[in-house]
Design a protein around this ligand. Structure first.
Ligand SMILES: *Cc1c(COP(=O)(O)O)cnc(C)c1O
Length: 377
């Protein structure tokens, strides 16, 4: 099955009993047992729910893994993954991971003595140097936010295997439509499905796919024990969103490429970060592991004042956190997502006050370009 077909025919489709072509929303908490322990595969909806199960089968198929799991948010997914480790274990993470992931690791899980080191995982030598006797996993985000840095998934996974470590990849930015980390050796893949998978800014969810029975058993044990599950209504909404992931990603890709070409012609704009640009650091590595570049672009408009002026005057770019929606979104990392990082550290990372991040949506690209031209003036 090819990628676009898998989005429609992967996982569990429809309902055998009625012939309904969409999976029903099983809004139910418990299931009748014919005798103690005699049931039709479902006992209680924290443990398993048919609508959630259909979504879990779908994401498993899309990522090419052994089993899928759906959680109440991307952060719930990441937290549940981390609960498979124990006090005293050590995890290596990409240094510019999603802010919420940084906060979870540095300010919450440190209470349980989960030891962490943040390194630039795009440099394998830094990963190698960070390994300790208690290291258990390498956690990679690629591309990253907001500078779209690229880590070589195959290289990191091969090294991790050699050392007996898990490789975990946050695949939110690329989506399973463009990138399948398990194909390149990763053990666990996760998504903030709130973003492209849902795609319509109307559901918060997280998904995980694991590549082995052992990991599946352990993650299901954590999911059932800690209970950070996705409800049936949101599971259904996500399946609905995923059906159009292919057309959305193709259209977003075309729009974004056109938008980047447009940005390159504007002297007010410098330092464009987009994996599709040949000069982008990591362009070649990204090409090896992904089929497309996504809809995230960051660029510098020179100063905080220019960035503010832009935000004030744009009509079609919504100022908002989040990404991956049908509507184009814009944010200023230094003032928003990365405000808690000291200015000097931000400067080191390349997150200047004039850095703007956009998530290109499905509007007519001519309107988006016009909007920018007018706002820049
Ligand atoms: C948004 C996001 C998350 C967190 O997901 P939520 O659904 O907001 O909990 C994790 N990783 C990345 C890359 C994200 O963009």
């Amino acid at each position: 099955m090819r990628r676009k077909t898998k989005l429609i025919h992967g996982g569990i489709t429809g309902d055998e009993q009625t012939g309904a072509v969409s999976v029903p929303i099983y809004q139910v908490s418990t299931y009748k047992q014919d005798g103690v322990g005699q049931h039709k595969g479902y006992e209680y909806s924290r443990t398993g729910n048919p609508t959630r199960h259909a979504l879990e089968e779908l994401i498993k198929d899309l990522e090419g893994g052994y089993a899928g799991f759906a959680f109440g948010s991307g952060m719930a997914a990441i937290t549940s993954i981390m609960m498979m480790y124990k006090s005293g274990d050590h995890i290596i993470l990409t240094d510019d991971v999603y802010g919420g992931t940084y906060r979870l690791m540095a300010n919450v899980l440190d209470r349980f003595n989960l030891d962490v080191t943040f390194v630039d995982t795009s440099d394998l030598d830094q990963v190698k140097a960070a390994v300790q006797p208690n290291t258990k996993a390498i956690y990679v985000e690629t591309p990253t936010n907001p500078l779209l840095k690229i880590t070589n998934i195959a290289e990191v996974s091969a090294f991790a295997k050699e050392k007996g470590l898990h490789t975990i990849v946050d695949n939110t930015f690329s989506t399973p439509y463009w990138q399948n980390p398990i194909e390149h050796g990763a053990d666990l893949v996760l998504h903030s499905a709130t973003k492209y998978l849902g795609g319509h800014s109307d559901v918060v969810a997280g998904l995980v796919v694991v590549n082995s029975e052992e990991l599946a058993k352990d993650l299901h044990f954590v999911q059932n024990s800690s209970g950070a599950i996705l409800g049936p209504q949101d599971s259904w909404l996500l399946m609905r969103g995923i059906k159009t992931l292919g057309v959305r990603m193709e259209e977003i890709e075309a729009n974004t490429k056109e938008f980047v070409r447009f940005l390159e012609e504007h002297e007010e704009v410098s330092s464009i970060y987009y994996p599709g640009l040949e000069r982008h650091v990591g362009h070649d590595v990204h090409n090896k592991q992904a089929h497309g570049y996504g809809g995230m672009v960051s660029f510098d408009v020179g100063s905080k004042e220019n960035a503010e002026k832009l935000l004030e005057n744009l009509r079609y770019f919504t100022l908002a956190e989040s990404l991956g929606a049908v509507e184009s979104l814009i944010s200023v990392p230094a003032m928003m997502t990365h405000a808690s990082i000291p200015k000097e550290r931000r400067a080191e990372l390349g997150i200047t006050d004039g850095l703007v991040r956009v998530s290109i949506g499905l509007e007519d690209i001519e309107d988006l370009k016009e909007d920018f031209v007018l706002a820049l003036r």
